[in-house]
Design a binder for this molecule. Structure first.
Ligand code: PLP
Length: 219
C-alpha cells in the first residue's frame, strides 16, 4: 500500500516540489518501504523515535527534524539529522550553533513560522520573523535555507490558503533582503489534506504522513 501511495504522489506532485514522508509513529519497515518506492526525505518529530528507526532503516535518505525541538536535545538531533525545519528562537539557534561549532559542522535549517498566530502553537510570529532571521544569520555554523509552517488545522483545506499565502509573502520578503548566509530556497508547507493548495501557493517541500502511510492511531 505504501508503495502505491508513494508512486501516486510522486507522479502527481509537480517538478521542483520535494516530497517529505512525515514518519511519526511509523515503523522502520514502513519507512524502508517508502524509501524503496522513491521517497528521498524522511521527517521525524521526536528524537527518540528517530534514534530507534534510524538504526534499523538501511536505505539512504535525507532526515529532517520537523517537530518542536527542545534546546537540551539539540546536540543529539544534530548528530543524526540533515536539516532542522523547526527553528523558532534565537536561544535554540545559539545552542545549535554551539554544538555545530564544536563539531565543525554546518546545519541547514528552516525557520518555523506560526502563520496562524495561534497562542498554543510553536513557531515565530510573522511580525518577529525578519528580526529573528537577522539575529540568526551571523551564526557561522547555521545556514538558513527557508521557512516552514504548519498553519491552523481545518477540515476544509481551502481555509489554509490565506496562511500559505502569508508565509509565501514572508518568504519572498526575506529573500529580497539578500542577507548574508541566508539562502531562501525551501518553502515547507502543506500536509495530507492541504498539500495541493500549498503547492498552488508556492510550497516546494510538502510533508505528507497519512496519505503515504495510512491513518495514525488516535493521538
Ligand atoms: C504529522 C505531520 C505532518 C504530516 O501530517 P499528515 O496530515 O499525516 O500528512 C506534517 N508536518 C508535521 C510537522 C507533522 O507533525
Amino acid at each position: 500500500m505504501i508503495k502505491e501511495n508513494v508512486k501516486r504522489l510522486l507522479s502527481e506532485v509537480p517538478e521542483g516540489v520535494a516530497l517529505l514522508a512525515a514518519a511519526k509513529e511509523r515503523t522502520a519497515d514502513e519507512i524502508s518501504e517508502a524509501i524503496r518506492a522513491g521517497i528521498t526525505i524522511i521527517g521525524e518529530n521526536y528524537l527518540q523515535d528517530a534514534q530507534k528507526v534510524l538504526s534499523e532503516v538501511k536505505e539512504k535518505a535525507e532526515w529532517h527534524f520537523i517537530g518542536h525541538l527542545q534546546t537540551k536535545k539539540a546536540k543529539k538531533v544534530i548528530d543524526i539529522f540533515d536539516m532542522i525545519e523547526s527553528v523558532d528562537s534565537l536561544r535554540l539557534a545559539q545552542e545549535i550553533e554551539r554544538c555545530c561549532a564544536r563539531r565543525n559542522q554546518i546545519m541547514p535549517v528552516l525557520i518555523e513560522v506560526n502563520s496562524g498566530e495561534e497562542e498554543q502553537k510553536y513557531g515565530v510570529l510573522p511580525k518577529d520573523l525578519p528580526e529573528l532571521i537577522k539575529e540568526i544569520s551571523p551564526l557561522k555554523h547555521i545556514k538558513i535555507m527557508g521557512l516552514m509552517t504548519m498553519g491552523p488545522r481545518f477540515g476544509n483545506p481551502e481555509e489554509s490558503r490565506p496562511y500559505f499565502i502569508k508565509t509565501r509573502n514572508l518568504f519572498n520578503q526575506i529573500k529580497d533582503l539578500h542577507l548574508p548566509n541566508v539562502e531562501m530556497k525551501h518553502l515547507s508547507m502543506g500536509m495530507t489534506n492541504s498539500y495541493q493548495i500549498a503547492i498552488e501557493e508556492g510550497a516546494n517541500l510538502v510533508r505528507i504522513g497519512t496519505k503515504i502511510f495510512g491513518a495514525r492511531r488516535e493521538s
